[in-house]
Ligand binder design. Structure first.
Ligand SMILES: Cc1cc2nc3c(=O)[nH]c(=O)nc-3n(C[C@H](O)[C@H](O)[C@H](O)COP(=O)(O)OP(=O)(O)OC[C@H]3O[C@@H](n4cnc5c(N)ncnc54)[C@H](O)[C@@H]3O)c2cc1C
Length: 307
């Protein structure tokens, strides 16, 4: 069945994709992938669509498999290794870990999207990236076969992994969860983070956004902290810039929003390009989007249908 990507992305933008399948079952996903592959239909994996800017023209001739809406109850446990469906919400998995006083996951509280999306993109916050906890996964290869991989298969880097091109499905993800020295203090940390995020981030589904648009910059000295892209964007007056129906979130210069009903994906891409140019002119630094562009964006430096 065709579907509009705007119905499945947090920007609520994006045109028609020729074929769309929505499931949280690895077997059904593998079936869909095999059948697309047999007909040479290119396909992509979608989670909750909270890190994607999908083109107004959609993805003609392509297929999308949405893998979301799964339960956060653990599928299996072996010692410190806990396996969850990749279709579970990351925040629900974080809640599980916090309730059981495990270390690390409280920092990821409130990040929207699925565990699979977070594992593919190495999502993170407050100094923790999900990849720090990933011990392995069960994947559906692009030919529809299922098998297990270890953490090394992810080749993790900052907000990056070998699974990010969206052609191999993470069906389940195994996390190494160890008791936290803070014990029940993880719960207080989670509450603190949730309220801090509610104060400075736009809230889904009221805002149309994909969170931070550009990656933070590498540290200037080895082992140093990453430089916030938001600071450079603030310095070029990003918060007063817009393009058509797209604007910058007033509380955070690195968050782009579709703030008018007539906003298009092209508006967001145009605004991103304006911001990138302004930072390049002032600081000679090229910002790189963290958000994934899907489809054709004629006006953007990321105007590519490649993934
Ligand atoms: C308000 C807001 C705040 C945010 N805050 C943060 C933050 O603090 N830190 C952060 O890192 N991000 C943040 N994000 C971005 C986003 O939430 C994360 O990147 C999230 O992990 C994306 O998950 P998703 O399921 O929505 O993935 P999608 O957006 O659906 O997909 C993202 C990428 O992952 C791939 N993918 C998705 N699921 C799978 C799967 N099962 N198997 C293989 N590949 C898959 C897709 O192909 C695509 O390339 C924020 C977004 C919003 C809207």
């Amino acid at each position: 069945m065709p579907a509009f990507l705007r119905d499945f992305t947090s920007f609520r933008l994006g045109g028609l994709v020729a074929a769309f399948r929505d499931t949280a079952s690895p077997a059904e996903a593998a079936d869909a992938i095999r059948s697309w592959r047999a007909r040479a239909v290119p396909f992509r994996i979608l989670g909750s669509g909270t890190n994607i800017l999908a083109s107004d023209a959609g993805l003609p001739g392509e297929a999308v498999l949405r893998f979301a809406g799964g339960d956060a109850f653990p599928l299996a446990r072996e010692g410190d290794l806990w396996t969850f469906s990749a279709a579970a919400a990351l925040d629900e998995v974080a809640r599980f870990a916090v309730e059981n006083a495990f270390a690390g996951m409280s920092a990821l509280s409130g990040i929207p999207g699925t565990l699979g999306g977070a594992a593919a993109g190495n999502a993170g916050a407050y100094g923790v990236s999900l990849g720090d906890l990933v011990a392995g996964a069960e994947i559906v290869e692009s030919d529809g076969t299922l098998h297990k991989v270890g953490a090394d298969a992810f080749a993790y880097e900052y907000r990056k992994s070998a699974f990010q091109d969206g052609t191999r499905l993470l069906a389940s993800v195994t996390l190494r969860l160890v008791p936290s020295a803070a014990g029940k203090g993880e719960r207080a940390r989670r509450e603190e983070i949730l309220s801090e995020r509610a104060g400075k981030h736009p809230i889904l589904p009221f805002a149309r956004t994909a969170g931070s648009f550009f990656r933070n910059l590498p540290p200037e000295t080895p082992g140093g902290r990453r430089r916030a892209a938001g600071a450079l964007l603030d310095a070029v007056g990003a918060k007063s810039m817009r393009a058509g129906g797209a604007a910058v979130f007033p509380k955070h210069a690195n968050i782009l929003i579709a703030d008018r009903g007539d906003a298009t994906a092209a508006d967001v891409a145009t605004l991103a390009e304006k911001l990138r140019q302004a930072v390049k002119e002032k600081f000679s630094v090229s910002l790189v989007p963290e958000v994934r562009y899907w489809g054709d964006f004629a006006a953007s430096s990321y105007s590519t249908t490649a993934r």
